[in-house]
Design a protein around this ligand. Structure first.
Ligand code: G1P
Length: 306
């Protein structure tokens, strides 16, 4: 894995990542009744590992999981499992042993418990004492984004140039705006927008644009002050979107149209397309899977023409 060297920036380095993992995963029930959605596989790797590897690759040194009830398996996945290692060693399964060990050595992890389900803004606020006075990235693990360099790398590049908070954005079809935070602002350079405000999940009829915030953020520590002052919305949740809007108004916030293919793996179809897409990129599975998919398409075409 290639890790970015970021020693040349004029701005405070981005060393910490916050990953909220307390969500219930209701869109994926019944599997999420007992299995944390973050541990569901992307081929043979838990989704959360894909997201943590994105952090490692971007030069992040510490990951802060904001956890909830039943999510202990996520911490375990990044910890040593001595019993398993002993067994693999005894059986001479050295390749597997190396793979299992390397996950424990990936990065320093810290878990902070979000004791009440008070929303994404509250989850980020829970990281305040660990993040302290540093810029940090937030990655929502429902969003898997395949790109090279990763979106986290792209956000850090923008931050290193402008020294401001950055949110990743992408245009979405009009009928889907009510699933996202939607940005208003001006486009001042290719892929870059000065964010004026963000509205959380607007009705398509009154949506100010079709530019949606996606689950990668680079935030200044000042966001904690805005989150602390933020009143809960009508559903009782503290929205990150509202605090971001204040940050945009009172300081500055950049909206960055990233390049990359995004899968919402908190959704059943997105979970499936992510698995297909990641498997197709693998030498051991890609060609065989492609062959299978082609056969399926031919079969489906034949069925339709009958
Ligand atoms: C959250 C944010 C929303 C953002 C979305 C991206 O919503 O509140 O602003 O557009 O993530 O995936 P959620 O999907 O958690 O409802």
């Amino acid at each position: 894995m290639q890790i970015r060297d970021r020693t040349n920036s004029n701005h405070k380095p981005v060393r910490k990542a916050v990953i909220p993992v307390a969500g219930l995963g209701t869109r994926l029930l019944p599997i999420t009744k007992s299995v944390p959605k973050e541990l569901l596989p992307v081929v043979d790797v838990p989704a959360i590992q894909v997201v943590v590897e994105e952090c490692v690759n971007a030069g992040i040194e510490e990951v802060i999981f904001i956890t909830g009830r039943g999510k202990g398996g996520i911490e375990d996945h990044f910890d040593y499992n001595f019993e398993l290692e002993k067994i693999l060693e005894r059986r001479g399964k050295l390749e597997e042993l190396e793979r299992v060990r390397s996950i424990s050595q990936l990065i320093r992890t810290i878990a902070v418990r979000q004791k009440k389900p008070l929303g994404l803004g509250h989850a980020v606020l829970c990281a305040r004492d660990v993040v302290e006075d540093e810029p940090f990235v937030v990655l929502l693990p429902d969003d898997l984004i395949g790109s090279e360099p990763s979106v986290t790398c792209q956000l850090i590049d923008v931050y290193e140039k402008y020294g401001q908070g950055v949110v990743s954005i992408m245009p979405v079809p009009e009928e889907e705006v009510s699933r996202y935070g939607i940005v208003t602002g001006e486009n001042w350079a290719p892929s870059l927008h000065r964010v004026r405000s963000i509205v959380e999940k607007p009705d398509p009829e009154i949506s100010p644009s079709n530019l949606a915030v996606i689950g990668r953020y680079l935030l200044p520590p000042a966001i904690f002050g805005f989150l602390e002052d933020q009143k809960p919305d009508e559903s009782g949740e503290i929205q990150l979107t509202d605090a971001l809007s204040k940050l945009a108004r009172e300081r500055a916030l950049v909206g960055y149209e990233f390049t990359g293919r995004r899968h919402d793996i908190g959704d059943k179809l997105g979970f499936l397309t992510a698995n297909i897409s990641y498997a197709l990129q693998r030498d051991d599975l890609g060609p065989k899977l492609l062959h299978y998919l082609r056969k399926k398409v031919v079969e489906a075409d034949e069925q339709q023409s009958h």
